[in-house]
Design a protein around this ligand. Structure first.
Ligand code: ZN
Length: 142
């Protein structure tokens, strides 16, 4: 599915609304465009807490990527964004609200099955929940 976000809309809120309206329960999200202001985050792995960074200037969305899964029976969008300024300097991170659209084109490759999240004690994050057959963790176990 391909769509465009409204000028002034919040990226995360708009994508979640679109997924709820279209009953999308899993998927890969790609987006490009420009923002008038943004909020990005860095996850402090020791504190298990996000540090939010407010970028109060127009930036290009050099690359936006994310995924859709379900959390508390609602679509949940996990997005990361790479932004470039008028000198081409980059910044980026985990996408938070408010991040206001100047113009934004979105593509969602929808999954066939719902994907859900559950709290993970080790990271302090809500990670994808897999059954015993789909335990990706086993790949990384020593
Ligand atoms: Zn993230």
């Amino acid at each position: 599915m391909i769509f465009r976000l409204e000028h002034g809309a919040d990226i995360s809120e708009s994508i979640i609304e679109f997924c709820a309206a279209n009953k999308i329960k899993s998927g890969l999200v790609l987006f490009i465009g420009a923002v008038s202001e943004s909020t990005i985050g860095y996850y402090d792995q020791d504190k298990k807490k996000y540090k939010k960074i407010s970028v109060k200037k127009p930036m290009e969305i050099a690359s936006g990527i994310g995924n859709i899964s379900m959390k508390d029976n609602k679509p949940f969008f996990h997005g990361h964004i790479s932004l470039s300024d008028k000198y081409g300097k980059m910044t980026g991170g985990h996408l938070f609200s408010p991040t206001r659209v100047f113009a934004c084109e979105v593509a969602i490759l929808t999954g066939k099955k719902a994907l859900s999240r559950q709290y993970d004690d080790q990271t302090g994050l809500f990670l994808w929940k897999f059954g015993s057959r789909g335990r990706l963790k086993t790949v990384y176990e020593k």
